[in-house]
Design a protein around this ligand. Structure first.
Ligand code: FAD
Length: 120
């Protein structure tokens, strides 16, 4: 069996920005690529909502669709404009997948995003 340490190291070394949140998008964990891309350290974002990354210009309807999808235990993929700690905007290709517990209840979300600014 794969040791848990290997799972951790694999996620830490992933080039994709990865975060794990509770069911309300409160950040519990962020990997190294998340720190590099967003400019926030993991200590800074722990306990904060993922909304910290919003550029505050995304239409409400986008977030409503996102939440409706993930609350139905489905995966949402889309492109958002995010803002780094330093204030720079970037285009984020984001996938959010639900993480269910043993009873099939929604407990966590897995967020994965990368900067696709240069691809547009
Ligand atoms: P708000 O006014 O709080 O919300 C906007 C709309 O979203 C509301 O109309 C409401 O219908 C809906 N909404 C917000 N919170 C909830 C909730 N808990 N349950 C149901 N509906 C809700 N946002 C980004 O901008 N960039 C990201 O990179 C990003 N990554 C995320 C990763 C994960 C794993 C998750 C779960 C969420 C992520 N979000 C991200 C969404 C983020 O949590 C916020 O909902 C979003 O940024 C809007 O926040 P707000 O405070 O600007 O707006």
């Amino acid at each position: 069996p794969l040791p848990p340490r290997l799972f951790f190291e694999a996620v830490e070394q992933s080039p994709i920005a990865i975060s794990i949140t509770d069911a309300k998008a409160t950040i519990l964990y962020a990997n190294h690529a998340f720190e590099t891309l967003t400019g926030y350290s993991r200590e800074e974002v722990r306990g904060q909502n993922e909304a910290i990354l919003s550029n505050n210009a995304t239409p409400d309807s986008v977030y409503q669709h996102l939440w409706r999808t993930i609350q139905h235990k489905q995966t949402w993929t889309g492109t958002l404009v995010n803002r780094t700690k330093q204030g720079g905007d970037y285009l984020a290709e984001l996938t959010i997948s639900p993480v269910l517990d043993g009873d099939g209840d929604l407990k966590y979300f897995l967020g994965m995003h990368r900067d696709v600014t240069k691809m547009h």
